[in-house]
Design a protein around this ligand. Structure first.
Ligand SMILES: NC(=O)c1ccc[n+]([C@@H]2O[C@H](COP(=O)([O-])OP(=O)(O)OC[C@H]3O[C@@H](n4cnc5c(N)ncnc54)[C@H](OP(=O)(O)O)[C@@H]3O)[C@@H](O)[C@H]2O)c1
Length: 252
């Protein structure tokens, strides 16, 4: 059966980069992009998992394995990818870590900051400057509902997510400097999604990877500015925004 996809109907192959496609949300989104006819560069550190994904659709995926904590390498490989693809329509930033760190072990704090703050900023910068030069493009980042408040079990994770959402909003404001209105920024804020990051049993309102990723993909296609995933987390977001710190301290 011949599969006629949206991108192919437009008679033009679209290109995407998914940072953090070796597992979880990024991997799932990469498979949806194949269905829509994209050529996709998939990244992450675990090359074996990226190669495994590529083997499912060798014609659609290009593997680039690297560590986003290496900022120089990230910049170098990004430029190599852009040279190969010529133009990039969509960049999804799903690379991130979430470490429980009750005792404030410095190594964990540093790893979180290097990945979720420095690595993320490098990718946001590279993506935005590319889109500015192209005059079009869509940057999507998976932040978190964790961006809304502090947390005593994982301070750097929650702080890194607040950093991400504010940086993304800044880029959204900044996009007005680019004529044509064709540069978009989407901030995806999931609650709990069933990936290796959300470890443990009986986690509150845990969404399946499939359900969460479908909702995320829909939001990407609609070029939403920001969205909570799954929808019911809108309610938690509303509560989190109004609860005073003294009460949060008592309850959490
Ligand atoms: N699952 C949840 O409940 C949840 C909730 C809210 C937000 N999020 C956010 O969603 C994003 C995706 O997480 P996930 O749940 O899908 O978990 P995941 O399966 O652990 O995916 C994380 C991805 O990031 C990549 N990554 C991590 N550190 C990296 C590094 N230093 N260099 C390159 N790639 C790196 C991983 O690849 P390698 O390990 O191969 O490098 C993997 O592909 C994260 O930003 C997370 O904070 C998740």
């Amino acid at each position: 059966m011949v599969f006629i996809t949206n991108a192919k109907i437009n008679n033009k192959m679209k290109n995407a980069i998914v940072f953090g496609a070796s597992s979880g949300i990024g991997r799932q989104l990469a498979t949806y992009l194949v269905e829509d006819g994209y050529k996709i560069v998939i990244t992450g550190r675990r090359q074996d998992l990226l190669e495994e994904l590529k083997s499912e659709h060798p014609e659609s995926f290009i593997v680039k394995a690297f560590d986003v904590q290496d900022l120089k390498e990230t910049g170098f490989l990004f430029n190599t990818i852009v040279t190969e693809l010529k133009e990039v329509h969509l960049i999804i930033h799903a690379s991130g870590i979430g470490l429980v760190n009750e005792v404030l072990e410095w190594k964990k704090e540093l790893e979180t900051i290097n990945t979720n703050v420095l690595g993320a900023t490098r990718i946001y910068n590279l993506a935005f400057n590319l889109f500015k030069a192209q005059g079009f493009g869509h940057l999507v980042s998976i932040s978190s509902i964790a961006s809304l408040r502090g947390n005593r079990f994982a301070p750097s994770y929650f702080a890194s997510k607040a950093y991400q959402v504010n940086y993304l909003e800044s880029l959204y404001f900044k996009s007005k400097e680019i004529k044509g209105g064709k540069v978009h920024v989407t901030d995806i804020r999931p609650g709990f999604v069933d990936t290796r990051m959300a470890l443990g049993d009986g986690i509150f309102w845990m969404a399946s990877l499939e359900k969460a990723s479908r909702q995320i993909y829909k939001a990407i296609k609609r070029k939403r500015r920001r969205v909570y995933i799954t929808k019911r987390w809108n309610l938690i977001a509303w509560v989190l925004k109004i609860v005073p710190s003294w009460l949060m301290k008592k309850l959490t």
